[in-house]
Write a protein that binds this ligand. Structure first.
Ligand SMILES: *[C@@H]1O[C@H](CO)[C@@H](O)[C@H](O)[C@H]1NC(C)=O
Ligand SMILES: *[C@@H]1O[C@H](CO)[C@@H](O)[C@H](O)[C@H]1NC(C)=O
Ligand SMILES: *[C@@H]1O[C@H](CO)[C@@H](O)[C@H](O)[C@H]1NC(C)=O
Length: 359
C-alpha cells in the first residue's frame, strides 16, 4: 500500500502543469452576446477585456468564464491622485457584477508607460488605490497589477540571461512594483510579441519566431547553458532573468497579449494567414506540452491570445483576430487543447486514485 502511495506521489510530481489559455477582446463593436457564444465555441474560459463594458459583463454573469478587467490608461493619473476616483470605478465596473461574474484580475492601465511616460510615477499609486478600494469592500480575491509591453520594459533580451528591466526616465518604478506584486502574491503582466522582435531583428530565423523546431532554429545562452527552440521562451526567460536581476525570482508571469497578424495594410511580407496560423498552433502545442521554458520549469502562468475578433469594416492597420467579424474561425487551431490537457490530467489522477482504492 505504501508503495502505491509513493507511485501516486511520483505521478503527481511528474504531471506537467500547463498554463491556461485565454483571449483578449478589444472593443471592436461586436454584439455582447456573441462574445460569450464565441468563447463557448472556442472552449476558452478566460477573457481579457481591454475596456470595461456593462453589456458584456451582464452577458458573462453566472458563466464559468474568468474575466480580466483593464482600467483605461487615461484614468490612471486621476486614480493616483484621488482615491474616490478609484473607488468610483470599482463601484461601476466590479460591484454590480462580482462575484456572479468571475472577475479574477484588474490591470491598472495597459502599456501605460508607453502612452504616458511622463506620468509613470502615478502608476503604482493608482494600483494601490484600486487595491485599497477592493479591500475596503472586503474583496480579496481579485488580483491587481499592470500590463507592460516587452519592447519598452525589457532591455538587451539576447541572450535572455542578460536582460534587465528599464525604468521610465527619471522614475524608480520597476523595483517598487515588483515588491508590491511579490508582497501580495500578484502576477507580473506582460504583452509579448515574438512578431515584434522578429521584425526588429532580421537575424532571427523566422522558424524560431514561429515555433518551427528544426535543427537550424536554435539559440544558445552560454551563461545559463540553455538551448532555445523558440523565440517565445527566449522572451519569457528574458523577463524571468530581468526579475531575478532585480532580486525577485518567484513572481508568476502572465502573458497578457501575444499573437501574429494575419494581414497588414502596408502589405508586410511576414503578416499573413499562414504564418499567423503556424504561430498560434505552435503556441497552443507548446503550452499544452507543459514543458515550460529552460529557466521556468512550469513556464508562464497564463497566456491571453490577441485577439478574439478581427475588426469590422476597416482596411487600415493589422488584423489579429482568431475569428472573422462574423464569428467564423480563421484557423484550424484547437485552442481548447491547452485546457483539455489539464482536464485529462485531472481525469488520470482520479482514475489512478480509484484504482488504488479498489486494489
Ligand atoms: C476626487 O474625485 C471625486 C469623485 O470623482 C470628486 O468629487 C472630488 O472632487 C475629487 N477630489 C479632488 C481633490 O480632486
Ligand atoms: C498565490 O496565488 C496563486 C494564484 O495566482 C494561488 O494559487 C496561491 O495559492 C497563492 N499563494 C498564496 C500564498 O496566497
Ligand atoms: C465569414 O466571413 C469570412 C471572411 O469574410 C467568410 O469567408 C465566411 O464565408 C463568412 N462566413 C459566414 C457563415 O458568413
Amino acid at each position: 500500500m505504501q508503495q502505491h502511495h509513493l507511485s501516486l506521489l511520483l505521478l503527481l510530481l511528474l504531471l506537467p502543469t500547463t498554463a491556461s489559455l485565454g483571449v483578449t477582446y478589444s472593443n471592436n463593436r461586436q454584439q455582447p452576446d456573441r462574445i460569450a457564444a464565441a468563447m463557448q465555441t472556442l472552449k476558452l474560459t478566460s477573457i481579457r477585456l481591454k475596456e470595461p463594458d456593462p453589456a458584456i459583463m451582464r452577458s458573462l454573469l453566472y458563466s464559468n468564464i474568468s474575466i480580466f478587467l483593464t482600467v483605461p490608461n487615461h484614468m490612471v493619473t486621476s486614480m493616483a491622485n484621488n482615491l474616490s476616483t478609484a473607488r468610483a470605478w470599482i463601484y461601476t465596473h466590479v460591484v454590480p457584477y462580482y462575484p456572479r461574474a468571475k472577475i479574477t484580475t484588474i490591470s491598472v492601465g495597459n502599456a501605460f508607460i508607453d502612452v504616458y511616460p511622463q506620468a509613470a510615477n502615478n502608476l503604482l499609486l493608482a494600483i494601490s488605490n484600486i487595491q485599497v478600494s477592493l479591500r475596503d469592500l472586503g474583496i480579496r480575491k481579485i488580483a491587481v497589477s499592470t500590463s507592460f509591453s516587452f519592447d519598452t520594459v525589457v532591455t538587451s533580451p539576447f541572450p535572455p540571461s542578460s536582460a534587465t528591466f528599464q525604468d521610465p526616465a527619471g522614475v524608480n518604478l520597476m523595483g517598487s512594483l515588483l515588491e508590491f506584486l511579490s508582497d501580495n502574491n500578484f502576477s507580473f503582466l506582460i504583452n509579448l510579441y515574438p512578431y515584434n522582435l522578429y521584425r526588429l531583428h532580421p537575424e532571427i530565423p523566422l522558424g524560431l519566431a514561429l515555433f518551427q523546431e528544426n535543427s537550424f532554429n536554435f539559440h544558445d545562452d552560454v551563461t545559463t547553458r540553455s538551448r532555445y527552440w523558440n523565440l517565445f521562451d527566449m522572451m519569457v526567460d528574458a523577463v524571468a532573468s530581468a526579475m531575478a536581476e532585480a532580486g525577485y525570482e518567484t513572481i508568476p508571469i502572465v502573458v497578457t497579449e501575444t499573437g501574429w497578424p494575419s494581414s497588414d495594410a502596408a502589405d508586410e511580407f511576414n503578416a499573413n494567414l499562414g504564418y499567423a496560423e503556424t504561430y498560434l498552433r505552435g503556441l497552443v502545442n507548446h503550452l499544452s506540452s507543459g514543458t515550460g521554458t529552460p529557466l521556468l520549469k512550469d513556464g508562464v502562468q497564463q497566456v491571453y491570445v490577441y485577439e478574439l475578433f478581427d475588426r469590422k469594416g476597416t482596411t487600415t492597420g493589422r488584423d489579429w483576430g482568431i475569428l472573422y467579424p462574423n464569428g467564423t474561425a480563421k484557423y484550424h487551431v484547437d485552442f481548447s487543447a491547452v485546457s483539455s490537457r489539464s482536464s485529462i490530467t485531472v481525469a488520470l489522477v482520479i482514475f489512478w486514485l480509484l484504482v488504488q482504492l479498489v486494489y
